[in-house]
Design a protein around this ligand. Structure first.
Ligand code: UTP
Length: 294
């Protein structure tokens, strides 16, 4: 393989694809984007944007679709609300609703039809331009001491190539994920040799791709020549497979607890776990859970 390596560039931009229909969470997601469902007291997507900001990312590019205006409103300044909070002397709340909008900049682009995760990333080409960038899925919540995307950046800084997040899952669940085949090159790090989207049988490993990626701009050319895959959608995993023909790809088994909050059970688990750590409610929640006659 001939791998084109360029000068190592810092990751400054992150793409958040948020144009999916969220069918696993219907009817809750009919009029409310799933990314806006609350994890205790903040929308899911805010946790993931905070993860990106904690890793030094400066520009957030959100791919929205039908019925997703609540996301834009949430990260916008609400003068009415802010003046009401000021009037009432609610300084802490004022700080909380303002903080994230002050840490990063936001740009939005619209995916007119949900033609797949790959398609959602492909349409950000002009906003990302010719530099490596991160992709984070707003419903994959990762509770980690070091932000997952920062753990991946550490590997990216070593290999100067695409890095994807992976996690070991039980073999009977591999059909729900993109799965990698790889050669272990260090603790929790792999050089990817192949990738398969939602394998029906014979998964190449139990290392499932999770919603965090650091991609080189080469992925945009890969999208152009990748055919539609599972569900008639342009899959990111398939485009990564195309990219693998010309560039190296690495995988990072991150440390931390991951919740698939786009799924009912995963969402509830995340709420309980974050609730048990939340200073306002942890004591009473623990008492409530202990009192449940299960
Ligand atoms: P999912 O596979 O979770 O699909 O997409 P979904 O539509 O959001 O939810 P379900 O499975 O029907 O319940 C993974 C990520 O890719 C985005 C989604 O918003 C989600 O963050 N996505 C998916 C797009 O932005 N556009 C698409 O066309 C498809």
């Amino acid at each position: 393989m001939t791998t084109k390596k360029t000068k190592l560039k810092k990751i400054k931009k992150a793409v958040f694809p948020a144009a999916g229909f969220g069918t696993r969470f219907l009817p809750a997601t009919k009029a409310i984007p799933k990314e806006m469902l609350p994890l205790v007291d903040k929308p899911l997507i805010q946790y993931v944007i905070e993860e990106a900001a904690d890793a030094g990312i400066e520009e957030i590019i959100i791919v929205t679709g039908m019925g997703k205006t609540a996301i834009e409103d949430h990260f916008d300044i609400s003068f009415e609300l802010e003046s009401l909070l000021k009037e009432k002397g609610k300084k802490l709340l004022l700080k909380q609703i303002r903080e994230i909008s002050d840490r990063v900049t936001f740009a939005y682009t619209r995916q007119k039809q949900p033609l797949g995760l790959g398609h959602a990333v492909a349409i950000t080409r002009n906003l990302v331009s010719n530099e490596p960038f991160a992709v984070l899925l707003g419903d994959d919540i990762i509770d980690a001491k070091v932000p997952a995307i920062k753990q991946m950046e550490k590997l990216y800084n070593k290999v100067n190539a695409t890095v994807i997040a992976v996690q070991k899952v039980p073999k009977n669940q591999t059909h729900l994920y993109g799965v990698i085949q790889g050669v272990k090159i260090g603790p929790g790090t792999y050089r990817v040799t192949d990738l398969v989207e939602k394998p029906k049988s014979n998964p190449p490993s139990n290392l499932a791709i999770i919603g965090r990626y650091i991609l080189t701009p080469g992925i945009f050319d890969a999208f152009e020549v990748t055919k539609k895959g599972k569900g008639g959608e342009l899959q990111l995993t398939d485009a990564l497979r195309t990219l693998l023909k010309t560039e190296e790809i690495y995988a990072c088994e991150f440390e931390g607890d991951r919740y698939d909050a786009g799924d009912k059970l995963g969402f509830l688990k995340a709420n309980i776990s974050y609730g048990l750590k939340h200073s306002d409610i942890s004591k009473d929640l623990k008492k409530f859970l202990k009192g449940l006659k299960l």
